[in-house]
Write a protein of this length. Structure first.
Lengths: 280, 153
């Protein structure tokens, strides 16, 4: 899965921006075409690329597109620092550097034959969108799908058109909740864990995938555990400051794990002891 | 609907999970079946908190009015959840407006009737306190979590 772990993986390839889609006021998606046309670019849902703003720096960005679509490699980016601010000013035709894909990805194979419960918040939906695409491309191989998604406000929701489309699919439940809103919002208000009240999980046969702020994941794990989902069926994606992407530099170390190489996706028993440690 | 019929439906609401038959019957003695249309208000801030509600269907938004910002919605309460805890906490006044945003069917429980029964039967009162403590704890946790603004920068 993690094919690019040699010295070549340290050299960024040029990738041209084919399109920029603004998802929210401060979050946008870059659709990229690598220099070689993208035909050789294969990734698993949950993997990430190191994107390079020439002369500024690199940032680890999850791939947010359909793994079967080789023409458009999408990265949804939250504008939060110097590198992502530069990315936010780029336009169609501009070129950036791309290294990857890195990391291990979500357990989409292991989830076959099971229900899948995706719990996510904020930009955390981006690395899980490829999971949904993979499931929908092989729909008969999976059971019921639950997507529980929390955001700061209705204006901060990603992929709004797709959320609506997915919610209308058979055996797919999409529940969205926001922290704050005005009176025009008719959906749920509160924290993402509240959405568990509105679904019925077959806990013995459910794989849970969680991605979002660490505090959100902590509460979600507690909720899933209380409902009887075994820890080995819970997967989370860790976010750490990544530099090399291949487990050499140690920037992303979390206990004995390198998040860039051993993760970013971990089964809960692999990582739970480090989630509670303030120093890590 | 007869109280006897209502009890068959009430017992399936998550709030009464594991409540003894005896205590369930006390609770049922104060119940009525209610409906509220979308856009209506179930109660307003400052009014006497005379009831609590177990939501069977629909959705209610709790609103705070903040002057020039207008109404801010801070929480929704939907199917299987409990609306209102002020009936059990002195001075028994609502702290929010409760706006129906999706047609609601609910069980309404008379707060004064229940407070009298809690005083008369402390075991029943303790059951109520335990259950509403959980509602309050969940609300407090959620409020703290929302204050953290975890999805912000």
């Amino acid at each position: 899965m993690n094919s690019n772990v040699g010295i070549d993986s340290m050299f960024p390839l040029p990738a041209q921006i084919r399109k920029v889609v603004w998802e929210t006021e401060d979050t946008f998606t870059l659709l990229l075409e690598p220099d070689n046309g993208g035909s050789d670019f294969h990734f698993s849902p949950g993997q990430f690329n190191m994107l390079y703003a020439f002369g500024i720096g690199e940032s680890a960005i999850s791939i947010s597109s359909d793994p079967s679509n080789k023409d458009n490699i999408a990265h949804t980016i939250h504008r939060v620092g110097s590198v992502t601010s530069v990315f936010s000013q780029l336009e169609k035709g501009d070129v950036i550097g791309l290294r990857g894909p890195f990391g291990n990805g979500w357990p989409v194979e292991k989830a076959k034959g099971k229900d899948v419960c995706i719990v996510t918040g904020g930009i955390g939906l981006a690395p899980l969108r490829p999971v949904l695409y993979s499931i929908f491309n092989n729909r008969k191989e999976y059971g019921k799908i639950f997507l529980l998604y929390g955001a700061r406000s209705p204006l901060d929701l990603l992929y709004r058109v797709e959320l609506e489309k997915w919610g209308k699919m058979k055996d797919v439940t999409v529940q969205v909740i926001v922290d704050r809103c005005d009176t025009s919002w008719k959906g749920h208000i509160g924290v993402v864990t509240k959405l568990f009240s509105y679904i019925k999980l077959n806990t013995a046969n459910t794989i849970a995938m969680i991605c979002g702020p660490e505090i959100m994941m902590k509460f979600t794990i507690q909720e899933l555990s209380q409902r009887g989902v075994p820890p080995e069926q819970i997967y989370i994606s860790m976010e750490r400051n990544m530099k090399c992407g291949i487990g050499l530099c140690g920037h992303c170390q979390c206990g004995p794990k390198f998040v860039c190489k051993d993760g970013p996706v971990f089964a809960l028993p692999q990582i739970s002891q480090f989630l509670e440690k303030k120093e890590i | 609907m007869e109280k006897r019929d209502l009890s068959e439906i009430v017992r399936h609401h998550p709030f009464v999970n594991d409540l003894s038959e005896y205590h369930l019957n006390i609770l049922i003695s104060c119940v009525s079946n209610v409906r509220f249309a979308e856009g209506s208000y179930i109660f307003h801030e400052g009014e006497d908190a005379t009831k609590f509600y177990l939501i069977r269907e629909g959705k209610v938004a709790l609103e705070i009015h903040s002057g020039e910002k207008g109404a801010i919605r801070v929480q929704t309460i939907g199917e299987g959840e409990v609306l209102g805890w002020s009936w059990i906490v002195s001075p028994y006044k609502w702290h929010y407006d409760a706006c129906v945003i999706d047609n609601v069917r609910a069980f309404a429980f008379d707060g004064k009737c229940l407070r009298t029964k809690c005083e008369a039967d402390h075991d029943f009162g303790y059951e109520m306190i335990k259950r509403f403590s959980q509602v309050l704890e969940q609300n407090l946790k959620a409020a703290r979590y929302q204050v953290m603004d975890v999805y912000g920068r």
